[in-house]
Write a protein that binds this ligand. Structure first.
Ligand code: ADP
Ligand code: MG
Length: 743
C-alpha cells in the first residue's frame, strides 16, 4: 500500500485492521530444572506473604504472639512488629522488590497506594553516606499518606491532611511485578484522626466481626453450644468486556467515561445467543491465561472462565474465600485484568453498561457463613439438627433482607449500575429473594403450621431431613433474581461489575448480624416455654410469615413484578439518587449503627460522597457527549451533506434526482434533529451547572439532563445509520463487539 492509498483509509478502518491482525502474545511460564512446566500448585501464592509464610519465616514466639493478637484483636507488640518487618524485608528484597506501599481502599471506590523505597541512609565515617535496605515495624504497621485529596464527605477538613493507614494482618501482603520493578503492597485500613473510617475496608472488617459475634450467640441457642466463631465467605464472579485498544483510542467516551455514550446497535448483537459459553476466541484466551497466571502467583484461586452473553463479554470466577481476603482479591483481580489486557492490546471494561442494547456486567457475590468446624450454615446437612440449623439461618437471612431491602439497594447504587438494574437483562432495582421450589414448599408447609409441634419424626415427615437434595437442584435457577439462593449460599447478583464489594458486603453482613440479634432475643423467649427444636421451628415459622413479601420466584424482569412489588410494599428505587435517599433515613440505616459498622457521621459522609460522585460522573458524561457531538459527529454530518449536494450536481437524470431528493430530505431531518437536541441539551447542561446546590443538581440531572442526553443519543444513533461509512469517525458497535469473533 503506498502512502497516498494509505491516507484514504480512515483511522477507524485502520483500527479494525489492526485489531484483527494483532498477534497473540506468548508468556514465559515457570519451569523446573529440567525445563518442564510446573503445575499451578507449585507457584500458587509465590508473590504473597501471609500467615502461612509467616509461620515458616518468623521466629516461633513472634508468630505465636501474632496469632494471639489476631485472635484477641489486640495491638501488636513493638518487638513482634520488628520481627515481622525484618522477615518481610528479607523475603521481598531477595525477590527483587525495591519499594513498599500501604495499599488501601478510599471512598473513591478504587484502591490507592503510595510507594516508598526500602532504602535508608546509614552514616558511616565522616561524611560518607551508605544506602542500605531497611524496613521497620512501624513502617509495616502504620502510614500517614498525605490524604487531603481523598474524599472524606466532610469528616476531615482538607487543611488537616491527617489520614492514617494501618496494616490489616488478616490479608496477605503481596508483590506487584511489573516490567521495570516490583513493589510490595501492604493491605491496610484507612482512617481519620478520631478513628473515623475513610475507606471501605474498615466497615467490612467491623461487619465481619459483628456478624460472627451475633451468629455465635444464635448458634448456641440453636444447640451448637461450642460455637466460637462464624466466618463469612465470598466468591465474587466478575463479568467484563474486552475491546481492542485501537478502538478505544478513537473513542473519547470510552477513555473518559468507560462506556459508549453513543453508538447504533450492531445488526448482529447477542440475539443468536451464540457467544454465551461459546469457544473462547484465541486472543482472548491468551489474555485469560496470562491474567490467571498472574492471579495464581498472587494467591487468587481463579477457577472458572467463560464467554458471557453479550459479544466481547467474559467472566471469571474464583473459589470462595474468607470474606475480607476475597474482597481484597476481587479488587486485585480487577487491577490485574486491566493491566494484563493492555499487554494483549485490549482494554478491559469493568463498567456496568459499556454498550447499550446488549447485556451489562455485574459481579455476582456468592455469600455464605460457616462455623469453626468449617460447616456451611446455609448448607442443608445430614441430620435433622443440621437441617433445623439450616432453616433457622435461612430465616435469619430472609429477615435481614426483608428489613433492609432499601439499604441493600442503596449499597449497590452507582451511575453505572443505574443503566443495568432494571434493564432487560439484569436483576431489577427491587430487592427480592429467590429460594427455589423445594425450599418454597418446605417454608410453606412450615408456615401452614404442620411443623409447629415438631418432633424429630415430624420434621423428617416434612422432608426437612431430605433438604440436602436442594444443593443438587440445578433445575430451577432464577437468573432474574437480585438475591438468589443457589443450593448452599446466596448470590447477591445486583452488585455492579466495577464496585468494591466491601460496600454491599458490609451492609449485608450488618443486616444479617442484626437479624441474628433479633432472632436470638425471640428464641430466648420461646425457649422459656418450649423444647429447643420446637422453639427453633416456631421462630422459623414466625419469620417465614413475617418476611413473605420479600420472596419472589417469578420473572424479575417483568412489568407484572413491578406492579406486584408495589402492592407488596417493597421499595422500588430506580435510580441512584432515589436509592441514596435511604442513607439519609435514620430508621433505615440504624442497623449499620447498631452493628457498629458505620457511625451516623460515617453514614452521612458516605451519602455526601455518593451525591458528589454521582453529579461529577454524570457531568463528565454530559460534557463528553456535547464535545463528541460538536467536534466529531456534526463535522461528519456536514461532510455527508456536501457529498449529497455534490451528487445532486452530478445528476442529470430526473428519476435519480427525484429519489435523491428523498434521501436528502431524510438526512436533513435527522441532521436537524441532531442540531436541535444538541442545542437544547447544551443549554440545559449550562443551566444546571449554574446551581451550586449539589442536591438540586443531582435531581436536575435525573429529571432533566438524563432524558435530554438520551434524546440526543437517539438522534446521533439515527444519523450513524445514514452517514457514509467513511465519514463516521467513531468505531462502530459491530467493530468493537465482533472483532474478536473473526479471529
Ligand atoms: P453455582 O453454579 O451454584 O453458581 P459454583 O460452585 O459454580 O456454583 O459457585 C459459584 C461461586 O460461588 C464460586 O465463586 C464459588 O466459589 C462460590 N461459592 C461456593 N460455595 C460458597 C460458599 N459457601 N460461600 C461463598 N461462596 C461460595
Ligand atoms: Mg453462579
Amino acid at each position: 500500500m503506498d502512502s497516498t492509498q494509505k491516507s484514504s483509509v480512515s483511522p477507524r478502518h485502520q483500527a479494525f485492521q489492526a485489531a484483527i491482525d494483532q498477534p497473540i502474545r506468548k508468556i514465559e511460564r515457570i519451569k523446573d530444572q529440567f525445563g518442564k512446566e510446573v503445575p499451578i500448585s507449585d507457584y500458587f501464592g509465590c508473590l504473597t506473604f501471609g500467615l502461612a509464610q509467616m509461620r515458616e519465616k518468623l521466629p516461633k514466639d513472634s508468630f505465636n504472639v501474632l496469632l494471639k493478637t489476631l485472635d484477641q484483636g489486640k495491638k501488636l507488640p513493638k518487638e513482634t512488629a520488628e520481627a515481622i518487618a525484618s522477615a518481610v524485608k528479607e523475603w521481598s528484597v531477595t525477590k527483587g522488590v525495591t519499594h513498599f506501599c500501604h495499599w488501601f481502599q478510599p471512598m473513591t471506590g478504587l484502591t490507592a497506594e503510595k510507594h516508598d523505597a526500602f532504602i535508608s541512609i546509614q552514616h558511616a565515617h565522616h561524611s560518607e553516606l551508605r544506602v542500605i535496605e531497611r524496613f521497620t515495624g512501624s513502617q509495616l504497621i502504620q502510614g500517614e499518606p498525605d490524604a487531603s485529596s481523598f474524599p472524606s464527605g466532610g469528616m476531615r477538613s482538607t487543611f488537616e491532611a491527617r489520614g492514617y493507614t494501618a496494616w490489616d494482618p488478616t490479608s496477605p501482603l503481596f508483590i506487584i511485578e511489573e516490567e521495570n520493578g516490583k513493589t510490595l503492597c501492604i493491605p491496610t485500613v484507612f482512617f481519620g484522626y478520631h478513628g473515623q473510617a475513610l475507606d471501605n475496608k474498615t466497615p467490612l472488617l467491623r461487619s465481619i466481626e459483628t456478624l460472627s459475634n451475633e451468629a455465635v450467640e444464635f448458634l448456641k441457642l440453636v444447640g451448637d453450644v461450642d460455637a466460637k466463631k462464624v466466618q463469612t465467605t465470598l466468591g465474587a464472579e466478575q463479568e467484563y468486556f474486552l475491546v481492542d485498544k485501537n478502538f478505544v483510542a478513537l473513542r473519547p467516551d470510552l477513555i473518559m467515561t468507560g462506556r459508549t455514550l453513543l453508538g447504533s446497535s450492531s445488526a448482529r448483537g447477542q440475539q443468536l445467543e451464540d457467544h454465551y459459553f461459546g469457544a473462547i476466541p484465541t486472543r482472548v484466551k491468551a489474555f485469560m491465561q496470562e491474567a490467571e497466571f498472574e492471579l495464581y502467583k498472587l494467591g487468587i484461586p481463579i477457577k472458572t472462565r467463560h464467554n458471557e452473553v453479550a459479544p466481547s463479554q467474559f467472566e471469571l470466577a474464583p473459589i470462595f474465600e474468607d470474606m475480607n481476603i476475597a474482597s481484597d482479591h476481587n479488587l486485585l483481580t480487577m487491577e490485574v485484568l486491566k493491566r494484563v489486557a493492555l499487554k494483549h492490546g485490549l482494554v478491559c471494561l469493568l463498567h456496568e453498561k459499556p454498550f447499550a442494547g446488549v447485556n451489562g456486567s455485574g459481579k455476582h457475590n456468592n455469600w455464605s457463613m460457616s462455623n469453626d468446624k468449617g460447616e456451611n450454615l446455609l448448607e442443608p446437612g445430614h441430620t435433622p439438627h443440621q437441617n433445623i440449623r439450616f432453616l433457622a439461618c435461612l430465616a435469619v437471612v430472609l429477615k435481614a433482607v426483608h428489613e433492609n431491602a432499601a439499604a441493600l439497594r442503596a449499597a449497590i447504587a452507582s451511575p453505572g449500575n443505574d443503566h443495568r438494574l432494571g434493564a432487560n437483562e439484569a436483576p431489577p432495582a427491587i430487592i427480592s429473594a429467590f429460594l427455589g421450589s423445594l425450599l418454597e414448599n418446605i417454608l410453606n408447609s412450615i408456615e401452614s403450621g404442620k411443623a409447629l409441634k415438631a418432633t424429630d419424626e415430624q420434621i423428617i415427615d416434612l422432608g426437612v431431613s431430605q433438604i440436602p437434595n436442594i444443593s443438587k437442584d440445578y433445575t430451577d435457577r432464577n437468573r432474574t433474581s437480585p438475591f438468589a439462593f443457589t443450593g448452599n449460599k446466596f448470590e447477591f447478583r445486583a452488585v455492579g461489575s466495577s464496585q468494591n464489594v466491601a460496600v454491599p458486603m458490609s451492609f449485608l453482613n450488618a443486616a444479617v448480624a442484626m437479624s441474628f440479634r433479633d432472632c436470638s432475643a425471640q428464641l430466648k423467649d420461646l425457649l422459656k416455654k418450649k423444647k429447643r427444636d420446637e422453639a427453633v421451628m416456631e421462630l422459623v415459622r414466625s419469620v417465614v410469615k413475617e418476611t413473605k413479601s420479600i420472596r419472589f420466584s417469578g420473572n424479575g424482569y417483568s412489568d407484572e413484578w413491578k406492579a406486584e412489588a408495589k402492592k407488596r410494599g417493597l421499595p422500588i428505587l430506580n435510580t441512584t439518587p432515589d436509592a441514596l435517599e435511604v442513607l439519609k433515613d435514620k430508621k433505615a440505616t440504624q442497623f449499620l449503627i447498631d452493628a457498629k459498622v458505620l457511625s451516623r457521621e460515617e453514614i452521612d459522609s458516605r451519602y455526601h460522597i455518593a451525591v458528589e460522585r454521582y453529579v461529577k460522573t454524570l457531568d463528565i458524561e454530559h460534557t463528553s457527549l456535547l464535545e463528541i457531538t460538536s467536534t466529531y459527529i456534526i463535522p461528519a454530518l456536514e461532510k455527508h451533506m456536501q457529498l449529497l449536494s455534490g451528487a445532486n450536481d452530478a445528476m442529470s437524470s430526473s428519476v435519480l434526482k427525484k429519489f435523491h431528493k428523498d434521501r436528502v430530505s431524510e438526512f436533513e431531518n435527522v441532521f436537524a434533529d441532531v442540531l436541535k437536541n444538541y442545542a437544547s441539551f447544551s443549554a440545559s447542561v449550562e443551566k444546571s451547572r449554574k446551581s451550586h446546590d449539589e442536591l438540586k443538581r443531582m435531581w436536575s440531572i435525573v429529571e432533566d439532563l438524563q432524558p435530554a442526553a438520551f434524546k440526543l443519543r437517539d438522534a446521533l444513533d439515527a444519523s450513524e445509520l445514514l452517514v457514509s461509512d467513511e465519514f463516521w469517525p467513531l468505531p462502530k458497535y459491530r467493530e468493537m463487539l465482533l472483532a474478536h469473533s473473526l479471529v
